[in-house]
Ligand binder design. Structure first.
Ligand code: ADP
Ligand code: MG
Length: 830
């Protein structure tokens, strides 16, 4: 009787929340057939029942089990998109949001106007959209406009295991929004999807969910993967080792795709080249270099083979940039893997690995494709298509292939065990890309890629002893990066006490304190009181309310320092330039990498020629006169201006060392920022004039001041000869937070000029600590524009502000001219 009673209660509950409709979907037979093989299909009822009965549900299933493509379809069929709201799906990566929306539209036989996507720069959402894929950042912005997200009846947070910062925050916010909606009689559901079983941070977190949400795991490993460890601990030369292992697999093992995991673009290219050389492919499909940015470019090259392409005349005659050690935005993940060690397919390479190259049999076709996040989308899409007949597919990838993209037909995985990650120094803000060991979860996730279509093998280029030293899981991103952008966004959502926010994993209090401090000094938050009890002051420091300037800044989809520049951009018609500079600084690496390794002498001389030309172009863009002082930002401005002047053609980028993809992104971001600026200050009416004229002399001065106001905490002063105690300081710059010197990179526009005071975009540590995005500023601007970073001394004789090499601060006695920069100021008076 007890049981019956209970089941009646659940029955009633079910009826209550069950959408009454079933929306039929007309799929093609071959799609339907492929779907039936996916593990989540078998669990459809269980999943949908859990969703009906609970506000929050967590779904775990290995990559490739069908979560992203199928769950939105289940929800659609169950009527969640027809009850007055739509289905929203968030992805941490743009590439996933776009490609998954296309895939789902195709599977459902619906137009992209119904299954749509929205990412930072673009989207195809219409009024008929029922399923909307978007990046997590896009949904966060929507919450700012409508806290209850009334458009949606269900939100699916995908790839939650990646622990991307926005995903974490969305989960925190939705843990409050969903109950609020249901209380108001506007039913809403949240489904969190993870590729790993490690979801305790969400489920066992009492601050997030008072009662733990149900966790449904989908059994997904279709085929076992045998893991082979290296006998020797770990090779230094893991790219060489990866190459040799791949050669051996290709020569000795049965058909099946090979997926090689490396850490960065340069490594991927080098291994691709070596493999293509070892196994030249003579099929109908030609290998194309990844540098070719698009189909269009190839066509262009064909047409223009004989003609020499002459540069269009460019009015902007100024600019240089800094090849920064580029890293892939790699994220980590993991699953449990029960594959065993050792088998008959163990390839013993331990003792004489060198011979593999010589013995390679070039008659076996190997179809080699690179895959990394900066690769042009057309090139990325190639990995989904079947390889040419009889050829073996070999994808050489960075971490992007770990969870977000499932490449069909992979039977062998070669795992170098490393990942390139961005590290931030919490105190100094210096960032660097470093290659580190992956976590055990990541290693298992990588191995899992081999068992998708048949039993597979994973060759780890490290020993089991090294593996057991790996950390179990990778850290949440929020604990590793600065959080000032998040704090500003949250303050704009009126979450004043960010410390109390239900983060799945809270950021360190250090990070929160420094974020609030930066935002206060940018004028985005009100200053905390300087008087009162110590405890109260401490508390107030972590709960400063947002200012009107802060609200304006939060409306711009860029980091607070750049948002500040935009907020000040209305001086002297500078806004279009500020927008362009900010867009260029926000987009990763606009210049082609110059320091690529050449594989042959012929290629090396070709590369040297290109490099010389690019360097020359950058010098041209930087100019000579006053514009040179805008430094690397002038180079960016000139590159964008010149590129737009030439019609933003792939050919122009190719000729001048610009990344075509970056240029397109800048163009989109300029449009988006212009709209945002017009929305914030409706009286401005800024237009996107892609072919803007170069800035005038006085505009250049103004731009440098605006940049100083935004990057005030990134001020550096050249060390004077008399202060130079140690030769390591030669040509070095002193910054407030670092003990060691930072330098202007040889490729910077200001490398020869060495101005006394500069501001920089960021410091990257490569061989030395180099400033990236350097711009010269005048000392007398400093106390006026960034007084918050100055010590003001008494009315002494010395009238000029000076820079204290010990505290790193600028001193000045010009207290009388001290004023704060506010959003409303018509112009910066100097
Ligand atoms: P999960 O989200 O669980 O990792 P997905 O839903 O992304 O799984 O993938 C399910 C299946 O759909 C996989 O077999 C994958 O290879 C296939 N798939 C995904 N995108 C495409 C595509 N664009 N073309 C062909 N197959 C695809
Ligand atoms: Mg997925």
């Amino acid at each position: 009787v007890e049981n019956e009673k209970e089941s009646k209660i659940t029955m009633k509950k079910k009826e209550d929340c069950q959408p009454a409709v079933f929306i039929p979907v007309d799929r093609l037979p071959e799609i339907q057939e492929a779907r039936l093989k996916l593990p989540v299909l078998a669990e459809e009822q269980v999943i949908m029942e859990a969703v009906r009965e609970n506000e929050f549900v967590v779904l775990c299933g290995e990559t490739g089990s069908g979560k992203t493509t199928q769950i939105p379809q289940f929800l659609y069929e169950a009527g969640y998109a027809s009850a007055g709201g739509i289905i929203g799906v968030t992805e941490p990566r743009r590439v996933a949001a776009v490609s998954m929306s296309h895939r789902v539209a195709k599977e459902m036989n619906l137009s992209t106007g119904v299954v749509s996507f929205q990412i930072r720069y673009e989207g195809n959402v219409t009024k008929d959209t029922k399923i909307k894929f978007m990046t997590d950042g896009v949904l966060l912005k929507e919450i700012q406009k409508d806290f209850l997200l009334q458009k949606y009846s269900v939100i699916v947070i995908d790839e939650a295991h990646e622990r991307s910062v926005y995903t974490d925050i969305l989960i925190g916010l939705l843990s409050r929004i969903v109950p609020l909606r249901n209380k108001k009689g506007l039913p809403m559901k949240l489904l969190i999807m993870s590729a790993t079983l490690r979801v305790e941070d969400f489920t066992e977190n009492k601050r997030l969910f008072r009662t733990s949400p149900p966790v449904i795991s989908v059994e997904a490993r279709q085929f076992p993967v045998t893991v082979h460890f290296n006998k020797h601990t770990a090779m230094e030369d893991y790219t060489g080792e990866a190459f040799r292992k791949t050669c051996k697999i290709h020569r000795m093992l049965p058909p099946g795709g090979i997926l090689v995991f490396l850490t960065g673009q340069a490594e991927v290219h080098s291994v691709c080249r070596r493999l293509r050389k070892a196994f030249p492919y003579r099929g109908s499909v030609q290998h194309t270099d990844a540098e070719d940015t698009s189909e269009e470019l190839r066509k262009f090259k064909k047409v223009n083979k004989k003609k020499t392409v002459s540069l269009p005349r460019i009015d902007l005659d100024n600019y240089s940039a800094l090849p920064v050690d580029e890293g892939d935005e790699d994220r980590q993940a993991g699953i449990d893997d029960d594959a065993e060690e050792g088998s008959d397919l163990d390839l013993d390479l331990g003792d004489n690995p060198e011979d593999a190259e010589e013995k390679a049999d070039p008659s076996i076709p190997l179809y080699v494709l690179p895959l990394y996040s900066l690769l042009a989308p057309e090139q990325q899409a190639k990995v989904f298509r079947p390889p040419p007949p009889q050829a073996r597919l070999c994808v050489v990838a960075t971490n992007v292939a770990e969870t977000s993209l499932t490449i069909p037909g992979i039977k062998y995985v070669v795992d170098c065990g490393r990942v390139k990650k961005r590290f931030y120094d919490k105190v100094t803000g210096v960032s660097s890309f470093r290659v580190t060991w992956i976590s055990q979860a990541s290693a298992n996730q990588r191995a899992g890629r081999a068992g998708r279509t048949e039993p597979g093998h994973c060759y780890r280029l490290y020993s089991s002893a090294v593996f057991s030293d790996f950390s179990l899981f990778s850290e949440a991103e929020i604990t590793r990066r600065p959080v000032e952008d998040l704090v500003l966004q949250m303050k704009d959502l009126n979450i004043e006490k960010v410390v109390n926010f239900p983060f799945p994993t809270p950021p360190s209090s250090e990070a929160l304190v420094s974020a609030e401090r930066l935002l206060v000094s940018l004028g985005a938050l009100e200053e905390p009181p300087r008087q009162g009890r110590m405890v109260d002051m401490e508390r107030a420091r972590l709960s400063c309310p947002i200012t009107p300037l802060g609200r304006a800044m939060a409306a711009f989809p860029v980091a607070p320092r750049y948002a500040k520049m935009l907020a000040l951009g209305r001086q002297q018609g500078c806004m279009p330039y500020v927008i362009t500079i900010v867009a260029a600084m926000t987009v990763r690496e606009i210049f082609e990498e110059l320091d690529r390794q050449a594989s042959s002498e012929q290629e090396s001389s070709k590369l040297a020629g290109r490099k010389a030309r690019f360097v020359q172009m950058r010098r041209l863009w930087a100019g000579q006169g006053p514009s040179l002082l805008l430094g690397d930002l002038m180079v960016m401005l000139g590159a964008v201006g010149a590129c737009e002047f030439a019609g933003c053609m792939p050919s122009f980028c190719e000729e001048n060392g610009l990344r075509y993809k970056a240029m397109l992104e800048i163009r989109r971001l300029r449009g988006q920022l212009t709209n945002a600026v017009n929305a914030v200050c409706s009286d401005m009416g800024v237009c996107v004039d892609s072919k803007m004229a170069p800035p005038t002399e006085s505009q250049v001065v103004c731009l440098r001041q605006i940049v100083l106001a935004g990057l005030g905490d990134h001020l550096a002063r050249r060390v004077q000869a008399e202060e130079m105690l140690d030769p390591k300081w030669r040509n070095g710059y002193k910054t407030p937070l670092l003990d060691d010197p930072v330098f202007i990179h040889p490729s910077s526009a200001l490398h020869k000029t060495l101005p006394e005071f500069v501001v920089y975009q960021e410091v990257m540590e490569t061989t030395k600590m180099y400033m990236k995005g350097v711009c010269a500023v005048q000392p007398d601007w400093i106390p006026k524009l960034i007084p918050q970073y100055c010590h003001f001394s008494g009315p002494e004789k010395n009238p000029a502000p000076w820079y204290c090499p010990h505290s790193g601060r600028v001193r000045s006695q010009q207290q009388s001219t001290f004023f704060r920069i506010g959003w409303k100021l018509p112009a910066i008076e100097l």
